[in-house]
Design a protein around this ligand. Sequence first.
Ligand code: FE
Length: 139
Amino acid sequence: MKNKSKKTYPIQLSEDELRAKLDPESYHVLREKGTERPFTGTYYHNKETGIYECKACGNEIFHSSKMYDSGCGWPSFTHPIRPDAIDVEMDYSHFMIREEILCAKCGSHLGHRFPDGPKDRGGIRYCINSVSMDFKKDS
Ligand code: FE
């Protein structure tokens, strides 16, 4: 499904730029709201300390300190790196009502959030596709 959002995001990337920059799976997830297969993502078991960025535009979106093992098959976080790093929209696709998580700078699709996160840390699970992110290890 193509991005139908009517919002205008601060970073506008052309289709040519995106096709050149992203591998086909990343393009599909970020720009066509795809989902990587569970338990396959590069960062699912990443234990390193650092920052996760939007693969399309480089916006910093999550920090490893908020990552936890949810067992769901995708990298999971309790909070974004900053509240304004991400954007949230209602998603009614696939016969479900979900909250979609998008990059606040370029509007690319990152994943969804669910109210089943750890109760002692806010109770929210940000469920994010590995292929939508780049990881920058702390030096
Ligand atoms: Fe982005």
